[in-house]
Design a protein around this ligand. Structure first.
Ligand code: E4P
Length: 212
């Protein structure tokens, strides 16, 4: 499983990239809105220069025509831009058109396996099931990843699964076990991935022994 970072913050992206683990970046309108005073297109351009892998930039329009118009502008920013499109019928029309034009797409806000299947059939490059938001309503986000992975494997679909709305390291481990190709992870959770109390204790003990 590959790692993307889920943020529009350039410092976080640079720091995570320096670990050598980043294969891409996802943003969404809420994440971009957190970056006050930043022009959306400029920020996407900056991110795409830092990380050579897929950089998802989301459209705001709700109709297919508007999504296609916005998506073409986003895709022209850099060759590694992926146009992020919401899981709606209008979104699928846009995905179909982008796929004919060779523009990569990430279908977002996936909450059921059949949504993932239909997005894949429309030509999505990636689908993003939202684990944390399903867990929040008492459903099981990780089972959804398992279902989508099973369906894609049985039917030979090459759309990649991005485990999104990741809240903690267990989501990351389990998403990898259940067949996600990618997890897109907030910076605070990426930092948690390196941690274990026994590692800290071990370092302390080695240093204490060394200093004796
Ligand atoms: C990524 O593509 C999603 O937009 C993001 O992971 C959503 O995360 P949230 O549910 O924490 O907002």
């Amino acid at each position: 499983m590959k790692f993307f970072i889920d943020t529009a913050n350039l410092e976080e992206i640079k720091e995570a990239n320096s670990l050598g683990i980043l294969s891409g970046v996802t943003t969404n309108p809420s994440l971009v809105a957190k970056e006050e005073g930043v022009d959306f297109h400029d920020r996407i351009r900056e991110i795409a220069q830092v990380v050579p892998g897929s950089v998802s930039a989301e459209v705001i329009a709700l109709d297919a025509e508007g999504m296609i118009e916005e998506g073409k502008v986003l895709a022209a920013i850099a060759p590694n831009i992926t146009v992020k499109v919401p899981m709606t019928t209008e979104g699928l029309k846009a995905v179909h058109e982008f796929s004919k034009q060779g523009i990569k797409t990430n279908v977002t806000l996936i909450f059921s396996a059949v949504q993932a299947l239909i997005a894949a059939r429309a030509g999505a490059t990636y689908v993003s099931p939202f684990l944390g938001r399903l867990d929040d309503i008492g459903a099981d986000g990780l089972s959804l990843v398992e279902q989508i992975s099973g369906i894609f494997n049985v039917h030979g679909l090459d759309t990649e699964i991005i485990a999104a709305s990741v809240r903690h390291p267990v989501h990351v481990t389990e998403a990898a076990l259940k067949g996600a190709h990618i997890a897109t992870i907030p910076f605070n959770v990426i930092k948690q991935l390196t941690k274990h109390p026994l590692t800290d204790q071990g370092i302390e003990k080695f240093l204490a022994d060394w200093n004796k």
